[in-house]
Design a protein around this ligand. Structure first.
Ligand SMILES: NC(=O)c1ccc[n+]([C@@H]2O[C@H](COP(=O)([O-])OP(=O)(O)OC[C@H]3O[C@@H](n4cnc5c(N)ncnc54)[C@H](OP(=O)(O)O)[C@@H]3O)[C@@H](O)[C@H]2O)c1
Length: 259
């Protein structure tokens, strides 16, 4: 397992790559540096890119049954999440995460830009007093069905056709691309990540496993059932020691067949 250490120089290099500042070759830029092999694919935004991220316990849970989800990830898992936010154009969550966790979706644990904040709020259910709507932070985009008539001051509403199962993930990504948002972090919750995975649009999935066992409660990913393990998804995986947590970096563009 590779140990990830991010020096100030490494981080500046990654932010320069993100901002397409010309970076002369340097040892820190080498893919033999675990920090670069983990973060460079996120920073080099040469084509549209979707990263999904789950922070979970050893037994695959993201909260207790009563909904306590704070501090599932260890401190280094949180820093990792903030690095991912800083490297991407936008962060997406479903409205369920806003209601249950009331997150800020900003970058606070590292130096770097805040992503545009996007909430999938198909039916216009977002609480008007949600923290991130009232914090003077980065812009907020609400993705709503086109039959929803609800506006929230200070947000931009993107209206999309209501399909049989809600909003089409390709429609969402297409609308964001038109706004110049090409690299997207899908941060949760479980139903939102499942929809993106099921649509086959996720390039990378980061599963950060923290050393605790919650025992019961919701899991991080819930896909439609498969009948046999031969149908299970088997992405190419690199494993990193990020300090308090272990990170599985799953590359969905390279899948293995079961033999
Ligand atoms: N540890 C982590 O990494 C992490 C991160 C974020 C959240 N969480 C946890 O995840 C839980 C919340 O997950 P959740 O699944 O309840 O909420 P969620 O995924 O944040 O939001 C779910 C809501 O958004 C809707 N939605 C999502 N995509 C849609 C689409 N394309 N079209 C229409 N509607 C769409 C869902 O509709 P449908 O029901 O019709 O699908 C549902 O109403 C909380 O316990 C939270 O703490 C954990």
């Amino acid at each position: 397992m590779q140990k990830v250490e991010v020096s100030d120089r490494d981080w500046k290099h990654l932010l320069d790559l993100r901002d397409k500042v010309h970076v002369p070759g340097s040892p820190a830029g080498s893919n033999s540096n675990p920090c670069m092999s983990l973060y460079r694919p996120l920073a080099e935004r040469t084509k549209p890119f979707v990263l999904a991220q789950v922070g979970q316990s050893l037994d695959g849970r993201v909260a207790t049954p009563s909904g306590d989800a704070r501090n599932v990830s260890g401190s280094d898992g949180i820093v990792h999440l903030h690095r991912c936010r800083a490297l991407m154009d936008a962060v997406i969550v479903g409205v369920g995460t806003i209601i249950s966790d009331n997150p800020s979706l900003s970058v606070r644990k590292v130096k770097g830009p805040n992503p545009i904040r996007v909430v999938i709020d198909c039916n216009g259910e977002i609480p008007a007093d949600a923290k991130f709507l009232n914090d003077d932070g980065e812009s907020v985009i609400l993705i709503q069905a086109d039959d929803v008539d609800r506006t929230i001051n200070g947000t931009q509403a993107v209206k999309l056709p209501r399909r049989q199962s809600g909003l089409d993930v390709e429609d969402i990504l297409g609308a964001l691309r038109k706004l110049g948002l090409n690299s997207i972090l899908v941060e949760g919750g479980r139903r939102t990540i499942a929809r993106f995975l099921d649509a086959g649009v996720v390039d990378r999935l980061h599963v950060a496993v923290a050393p605790l066992i919650i025992g019961s409660g919701p899991n991080g990913i819930c896909l439609p059932p498969v009948h046999s393990l031969s149908e299970a998804q088997r992405p190419k995986i690199d494993v990193y020691n990020i300090g308090t947590d272990v990170l599985f970096d799953c590359d969905f563009r390279h899948q293995y067949q079961q033999t």
